[in-house]
Ligand binder design. Sequence first.
Ligand SMILES: Nc1nc2c(ncn2[C@@H]2O[C@H](COP(=O)(O)OP(=O)(O)O)[C@@H](O)[C@H]2O)c(=O)[nH]1
Ligand SMILES: [Mg+2]
Length: 221
Amino acid sequence: MHKVDNIEIQHNITKANKKIADRITKKLNDSNIFGVDFVGAIGSGKTSLIEELIQNMEENIGVIAGDVISKFDANRFEKFNIPVVGLNTGKECHLDAHLVEYAINDMPLDKIDYLFVENVGNLICPVDFDLGSHIRVVVISVSEGDDTVEKHPLIFQSADLVIINKIDIGDAVGADAEKMVKDVEILNPDVEVIKTSLKNGIGLDQIINAIEQFKKKHELN
Ligand SMILES: Nc1nc2c(ncn2[C@@H]2O[C@H](COP(=O)(O)OP(=O)(O)O)[C@@H](O)[C@H]2O)c(=O)[nH]1
Ligand SMILES: [Mg+2]
């Protein structure tokens, strides 16, 4: 007869992640930096959006670019001569606060007003992983299909701003962008939803205005 013991091996990963995320928020606040986490589907336009923001926003931006391998997106941002730190997640489908804290150590915090973090393209994995940013922007596009919002409720409930991109090809892919907006409003009635065609510059001013308003509101608190 052998003796069986109960061994507690579970470690609360999201709790540990939140502790680091809170440390990141404090660091950003101490440096007067507004942190924005960009999450969304693969190919929805996250990098394109950040490229536009870098070129059209007044203040200084630093970017942490999450790629599964290599430096694909980090290389795109480096062309603008701004501070960029690339992060590879390997087999992981999301960034976590530990990785971001590591990247922040290489970021010249005295030279930036905004820290943009581009997460790995995914609408599921990033949901529970707070990265210490002040707001989360969720970017999807019509080409993922107009049932994308309904199928991924949690990420939209965790969003502060939702972008529905590529409206220029809505007809071509048979997707109803208005339906996607309504689906977000049902899941998260307080969130602003902006329809964009980054290709044609539609909706960009509205996004810049929304992000600047979030920053102002944060500074007043
Ligand atoms: N038609 C169209 N294509 C777009 C738009 N925005 C981005 N793209 C294209 O979509 C592809 C993926 O964009 P990217 O920004 O790399 O997406 P990410 O994976 O979310 O970072 C690229 O070929 C972009 O040129 C848009 O508004 N309309
Ligand atoms: Mg990208």
